[in-house]
Design a binder for this molecule. Structure first.
Ligand code: ADP
Ligand code: MG
Length: 464
């Protein structure tokens, strides 16, 4: 499959080549032809699967084709012409042809930047972002350019609609990006209001991590005869995340091992999960003293403090986040390479949520559980739930005094035998863990101390 075969305008193909895109991602190959044909879309696929281009390329294709046909004068140019003639300039609301709604300012800016990239070879297509927190005069200036494409967060857009600065009567394409997150953030009323202000004749494309429940209902309400694209992702099954169990004798052993693992050279940023808020605070303090730039995140913190911590994490100022389950739900920071379960979660479901904080955007991740011998049974519960075995690992110099007790049963009969991956002495360098974003390493090295049971690990992950 190539971008050419999707029928995109040549000026877009050029921009894609310049951007280094070689071929469409699965979501793009499915969505783009349907969108070019004018169909509504309901799409669910993982972060990093290329959804922005899936809606922006067909839109740009449409605008490029119209422009080629008409040489189109924009209303703004008409206004400038009127001004040049000495007519008194009249206020004219912006009349965008396309509106993209996103949950956050960062996402809106990302979409605008991507649009500029994809549309770089098309003349006279302007995309602007209208965001909360941007100075009002600046926004008025942007709207006065009468951009074809508006990218906005719902709240701020409503303000401008209500003060008559934007007129959606000419709108042709409406996109809801990360619709599930917009609903999570309580934007449902704003979204309904915005959708109601757009023409029925519009094309609607909705993107979401899931199409279940409330999002699915909204999607069905605002689309007409949509094509549903659901890309089951490797990410949902966490196949890009290497999982490990390390047995520890006691707390001091656990702390020493954690400190050691946090010094892994492939570690960019990490989340350490604890069972209690108090532990999160205590461990963050301890790690800070040990020089790790750590911070705690839990439900007893004020929203302001939580936001500051998350900002610090996103900016890379915080390298180790020590968090409880609830606080860490939904954290999406691609440079999180490692997740540590300082305590095992109460519920196997939480284990899946926790390890999903790493391996974002198709990258690799490493999830390590530090487990007391008495908790072996809880590891088994997690394995039954995920239908995956978690190889036991030993780091040289940090061997537990006791070896793991009863053999754990195989989750997939025949794929693994008790003993396969536990008793061999450490063979450093056997298992490799690629740095996120890097090509898989074929040589040894990589994740330090992860060498123990390459045979067991291969059996568990080999048939992905
Ligand atoms: P999503 O919205 O699904 O999370 P994005 O649209 O933000 O994904 O794209 C994720 C990354 O992948 C971006 O850096 C983007 O430039 C890149 N990308 C998108 N499509 C392609 C492609 N066909 N080939 C290579 N890189 C791509
Ligand atoms: Mg996106």
């Amino acid at each position: 499959m190539t971008f050419e075969s999707l029928g995109l305008h040549t000026s877009i193909l050029k921009a894609l080549t310049d951007a280094g895109y070689e071929k469409p991602t699965p979501v793009q190959s499915q969505a783009i032809p349907a969108a070019i044909a004018g169909r509504d879309l309901m799409v669910s696929s993982q972060t990093g699967s290329g959804k922005t281009a899936a809606f922006m390329l067909p839109a740009l294709h449409k605008f490029a084709s119209i422009e080629a046909a008409t040489g189109g004068k924009t209303p703004n140019q008409e206004m400038q012409a009127a001004r040049a003639r000495g007519d008194r300039p009249r206020f004219k609301p912006a009349q965008p042809k396309m509106l993209v709604l996103t949950p956050t300012r960062e996402l809106a800016l990302q979409v605008t930047t991507a649009t500029e990239k994809y549309g770089s070879a098309i003349r006279r297509i302007k995309a602007v972002s209208i965001l909360g927190g941007m100075p009002y005069p600046k926004q008025m200036q942007l709207l006065a350019k009468n951009p074809e494409i508006l990218v906005a967060t719902p709240g701020r857009l409503i303000d401008h609609m209500e003060s008559g600065k934007i007129d959606f009567s000419q709108l042709e394409i409406l996109v809801l990006d990360e619709a599930d997150r917009m609903l999570d953030m309580g934007f449902i009323d704003d979204i309904e209001k915005i959708v109601d202000a757009t023409p029925d004749s519009r094309q609607t494309m909705l993107f979401s991590a899931t199409l279940d429940g409330v999002v699915g209902n909204m999607a069905k309400r605002i689309t007409k005869n949509p094509l549903t694209v659901q890309i089951a992702s490797a990410n949902n099954r966490h196949e890009n995340i290497i999982q490990r169990v390390h047995f520890v004798d006691d707390l001091s052993h656990k702390n020493r091992l954690l400190d050691h693992l946090l010094r892994d050279e492939t570690l960019d940023q990490a989340v350490v999960f604890t069972a209690t808020k108090r532990d999160a605070d205590m461990i963050a303090d301890r790690l800070n003293i040990a020089g790790f730039s750590a911070a705690a995140l839990h439900g007893d913190m004020h929203q302001g403090a939580r936001n500051r911590t998350l900002d610090g994490l996103r900016r890379g100022q915080i390298r180790v986040l020590v968090a409880t389950d609830v606080a860490a739900r939904g954290i999406d920071v691609p440079s999180i390479t490692h997740v540590f379960n300082y305590d095992l979660p109460k519920f196997p479901e939480d284990y899946v949520h926790r390890i999903g904080r790493t391996g974002r955007a198709g990258r690799n991740g490493l999830a390590v559980s530090l487990v007391n011998h008495a908790e072996a049974v809880n590891v088994k519960r997690i394995e039954r739930f995920t239908k995956q075995l978690i190889p036991v690992n030993v780091v040289e110099g940090f061997e537990p005094k006791k070896t793991a007790s009863a053999p754990r049963s195989a989750a997939r009969p025949g794929s693994w035998k008790p003993g396969d991956n536990r008793s061999a002495p450490s063979r450093p360098g056997q298992r490799t863990f690629s740095k996120p974003g890097a090509a898989p390493r074929k040589d040894g090295g990589g994740y330090k101390g992860a060498g123990a049971r390459s045979d067991g690990a291969r059996r568990t992950y080999g048939d992905r």
